[in-house]
Design a protein around this ligand. Structure first.
Ligand SMILES: [Cu+2]
Length: 511
């Protein structure tokens, strides 16, 4: 069964839900108006009882219907397929029992469009988004962002991809149409009635982050995908609340990376494995053309140790998920089918990335530093937790400035920062709203390397990023220019349980 042949029943057998239509760029349509309803529904994830989920239902009011792809029978989606320069209007209708708002993750858009929790709308209310896509081509995404409710709303199903193309990218002849496959990786726990279970371990799940015991791809467990013997563009999003993946092909085939959060790299890079933290994206160019019909490949997560929530750490209390962070498991089974489209060789040059020069940073001798640490029982940023309207003195930047931001993760062993006898080895994927940045450097400090030796070779820091993983004991410096809009934006940990517990702050861009 190919991608086009899926049905709801196939989904229940673990086949990846097929996208509604292969993508072809909308012919000259510059405006897209979409009604997006956040609602409760049920979908068939397993055989037997359907699963109660939350989802976005889209209907195109103006523009090409092909700008919106749905994943048949899945809680995920829809997938926006738009071009740089397009004008987008989305009318969000909240038919959930709780307040909600959408954040367009990775997009450069004005404050009122960015989904700050202070814009959350009540059940029954609507919110109108209206913005132009100025980002370069890339795999962006969208998800809820109401304060203290982001994690459960994403968990119960609310998330979709926002894929942007542009002329530079189109000229490359990368695999497209049925050979362009978005793959959203998530973990969930289900009870015996096929219903999702959230925070079953209470406070420990909140402190470490939720770890489900089933891995889903595009909303399907035990995911299978039949591909043709040809080259594919695989767009991977880690849409999990807190799980970190160490992605690899099970047979050791190296992974060929062509893009990260903010779009194409300058040139492909090759990795034996890729470390993908929550909210991060990576795009692979995968050539199956030399493989025999009927042969199989598996995308897996390799084992690693050294993090809290890991099976090696402290037993029951710290590793209460039956599938701890660092466990090894299957993500996706690929079966190679008939010969597909002729393979266009991957260009050795993909794009031009304008490199920020550290000498242009206004604070090059004094990086703006953010200390990530546990105080009491909460994860903090410079000792603070989220306040809806507060902006601290060191959280204001000037429009147009290039700055060094440094995230220093002190949650590494040695006494556990207020946790008494308990050692915390806590990674924090840090996300900055409204910008794309470049990673300047990484440094392991404090003599406690925790998971660093097992995960650091899987970082892809070569291109544009909006989320960067900061491992325990690590300092990461990024170069970020605040170039588009003044306003109050967010920066936070994208471990969604950490975020909901307050590991988030405002920053203000002023003129
Ligand atoms: Cu965190």
């Amino acid at each position: 069964m190919g991608l086009g042949a899926g049905t709801l029943t196939l989904n229940a057998c673990g086949l990846i839900p097929p996208a509604s239509t292969p993508f072809t760029p909308p012919p000259g349509s510059l405006s897209l108006v979409v009604d997006l309803t956040a609602e409760r529904a049920t979908v068939p994830i397993f055989s037997g009882a359907e699963t109660s989920i939350w989802r976005y239902q889209a209907s195109v009011q103006e523009g090409s219907g092909e700008s919106i792809q749905t994943l048949s029978g899945s809680y995920l989606g829809p997938i926006f397929r738009v071009k740089k320069g397009q004008h987008i209007q989305v009318r969000l209708k909240n038919e959930l029992p709780d307040p909600t708002i959408i954040h367009w993750h990775g997009l450069r858009i004005p404050e009122e469009m960015d989904g700050h929790p202070r814009y959350a709308i009540e059940p029954g209310a609507s919110y109108e988004y209206d913005f132009q896509v100025i980002n370069r081509a890339g795999t962006y995404w969208f998800h809820p962002h109401p304060h203290q409710l982001t994690a459960p709303q994403v968990y119960y199903g609310l998330a979709g991809l926002f894929i942007v193309s542009d002329d530079e990218e189109s000229a490359l002849g990368l695999p497209s149409g049925e050979y362009d496959l978005p793959l959203v990786i998530q973990d969930r726990t289900f009870d015996s009635q096929n219903q999702m279970v959230y925070l079953e371990n209470g406070m420990m799940d909140q402190m470490i982050g939720f770890l489900g015991d089933k891995i889903l791809v595009n909303g399907a467990p035990n995911a299978n995908l039949e591909v043709k013997a040809s080259a594919y563009r695989l767009r991977l999003l880690n849409g999990s609340n807190s799980r970190i993946y160490k992605l690899a092909w099970q047979d050791g085939t190296p992974l060929r990376v062509i893009a990260t959060d903010g779009g194409l790299l300058e040139a492909p890079v090759v990795r034996d494995y890729i470390t993908l933290a929550p909210a991060e994206r990576v795009e692979l160019w995968a050539d199956f053309s030399g493989r025999a019909t009927g042969s199989e490949m598996r995308l897996v997560s390799l084992p690693f140790s050294g993090l809290s929530g890991n099976s090696m750490m402290g037993g029951g209390m710290m590793g209460s998920s039956s599938l701890p962070n660092g466990a090894s498991f299957n993500i996706l089974n690929l079966k190679i089918g008939e010969k597909g489209a002729d393979v266009i060789p991957l260009p050795s040059r993909l794009s031009t990335i304008e490199r920020h020069d550290v000498k242009d940073a206004v604070n090059q001798n004094n990086p703006r530093s953010f200390t990530l640490a546990m105080q009491g029982m909460v994860h903090t940023i410079n000792g603070l937790v989220f306040e809806m309207d507060a902006v601290a003195r060191d959280e204001t930047v000037r429009l147009g400035d290039l700055e060094i931001w440094e995230f220093a993760n002190l949650e590494s062993g040695g006494g556990g920062m207020g946790m008494g006898m308990m050692n915390m080895e806590m990674p924090h994927p840090m996300h900055i709203h409204g910008v794309q940045f470049q990673v300047l450097g990484r440094q392991i400090t404090g003599g406690n390397e925790s998971a660093y030796p097992e995960l650091s070779a899987g970082f892809v820091d070569d291109g544009w990023k909006d989320t960067v993983l900061v491992l325990p004991g690590e300092k990461v410096q990024v170069l970020v220019r605040f170039e588009n809009y003044v306003g109050t934006f967010l920066y936070h940990c994208h471990n969604l349980e950490h975020e909901d517990a307050g590991m988030m702050r405002n920053y203000k861009i002023k003129s």
